[in-house]
Design a protein around this ligand. Structure first.
Ligand code: HEM
Length: 394
């Protein structure tokens, strides 16, 4: 129970390039570290994993009276969560469908090849804007049925929502929260509008499936449709862009692994898995206990804000051998990159396909490449952490 300010130091923008020494401090002070604002911070693998599976932990912000509208299912508890998750998971594969996502593999390969086609030697690129961002945006737009030309419109909403969804210790409602609320309402309205255009004349996209659901038990209300579509559009790209960018950054910092992968691309799936452990896009998630709970001898009171540092758990030496070493051949790599328990990310298989295809297509261009700026400039967000730009000289 040492530092009262660890969370403030972790979320401080100056820590963005390298929060890992602070996570080591957190684990040494833990497992449970109470903060000055009465929130609790946990960063040891076993405690984080156990709490992700603990039915006494709520994700619903209404538990603390923080919001009044019904949030998306990422922030709902069962049984409400289960109903919506099941519906929104259908296109992501068996047992609900032949797996629309699996069928996108070829399309994803084609998209990555098109993106790298203009990357001739000597050119400077921004890995984020020229590569890592356009790929997942195009993919999630296709899946949902959002016109790709509308990207400039939802980029601003998505930015505002991601900014608002950060962990910010000891702060009440801020300007960021208000902007986030406004963006959520506008983006939801826009997506409901798109879905309505397909009522009665469905395409093969998710918005069509939602609005034409024949089973009245499963049909979404307008509010649920808006929240679910916003969640999918944002979750579908804001994280994958960071996985791909963190991958390029890690490989350019450690050229021996770049060479290894260039010689043996069969290792890519394991390298992507190791990236999800070593440089994960999602660093923290919040939970709220329904009742007082005991964690490793500390009582966390009902209603407290509990921040689970997934990225710290994935670097816990009690769980992983030499956790600060990037090792694409690492055995037994049960990282927390996609969370765990009932909210486990079901976009994982899609994100893996995208990251493997992206890094695979880029590898041949990275032979003599160098980072123009290291560390690169990061986005503000501490929870969804990743570079804003990654300039690379090919
Ligand atoms: C590298 C990419 C990705 C990472 C690292 C990631 C990470 C995560 C994590 C950690 C959670 C759990 C949140 C919690 O427990 O509070 C989550 C949930 C979720 N993710 Fe992902 N995600 C990625 C890509 C995607 C994609 C491509 C989609 C697809 C559309 C997606 C959709 C979702 C949804 C809908 C949830 C909520 C699940 C639920 O509450 O039951 N994610 N993700």
């Amino acid at each position: 129970m040492a530092s009262e300010t660890l969370l403030a130091r972790i979320t401080d923008y100056a820590s963005r390039p390298d929060p890992y020494p602070l996570y080591a401090e957190l684990r040494a002070a833990g497992p449970v570290v109470r903060q000055a604002d009465d929130s609790y911070l946990i960063g040891t693998y076993h405690e984080v994993a156990a709490l992700l599976h603990d039915p006494r932990m709520s994700v619903d912000p209404r538990t603390r009276g923080e919001v009044t509208h019904k949030p998306p299912f990422l922030r709902l508890d069962d049984p409400e969560h289960h109903r919506l998750r099941t519906l929104a998971m259908r296109p992501f594969g068996p047992p609900h469908s032949p797996g629309r996502v699996d069928a996108m593999r070829d399309e994803i390969d084609r998209l990555t090849k098109d993106l790298v086609a203009s990357f001739e030697a000597g050119r400077q690129i921004d890995v984020v804007d020229d590569f890592a961002y356009p790929l997942p945006v195009t993919v999630i737009c296709r899946l949902l049925g959002v016109p790709h030309e509308d990207e400039p419109l939802f980029r601003a909403w998505s930015d505002a929502l991601v900014t608002a969804a950060d962990v910010r210790p000891g702060q009440d409602t801020t300007e960021a929260d208000k902007a986030g609320d406004q963006a959520r309402i506008e983006m939801g309205g826009y997506l409901v509008g798109l879905a309505e255009q397909r009522r009665g004349s469905p395409g093969d996209d998710m918005l069509s499936a939602f609005v034409n659901e024949p089973d009245p038990e499963l049909r979404l209300t307008q509010e649920e449709l808006a929240e679910t579509a916003v969640l999918l559009l944002i979750a579908g790209h804001e994280t994958t862009v960071n996985l791909i960018t963190n991958g390029v950054l890690t490989l350019l910092r450690q050229p021996e692994h770049l060479d290894h992968l260039r010689r043996d691309p069969g290792l890519l799936p394991r390298a992507v898995e190791e990236l999800l452990r070593y440089e994960p896009p999602v660093h923290m998630r919040e939970r709220i206990p329904h009742s007082d709970i005991d964690v490793a001898g500390t009582t966390i009171p009902e209603g407290a804000s509990v921040v689970l540092a997934l990225a710290s758990g994935s670097r816990d030496p009690m769980r992983f051998h030499e956790p600060d070493r990037f090792d694409p051949t690492r055995p037994d790599n049960q990282h927390l990159g996609f969370g765990s328990g009932i909210h486990l990310c079901y976009g994982g298989p899609l994100a893996r396909i995208e990251a493997q295809a992206a890094l695979g297509a880029l590898l041949p261009h990275l032979g003599a490449a160098r980072l123009v700026q290291d560390p690169p400039p990061y986005r503000q967000n501490a929870m969804l952490r990743g570079p804003r730009h990654l300039p690379v000289q090919l």
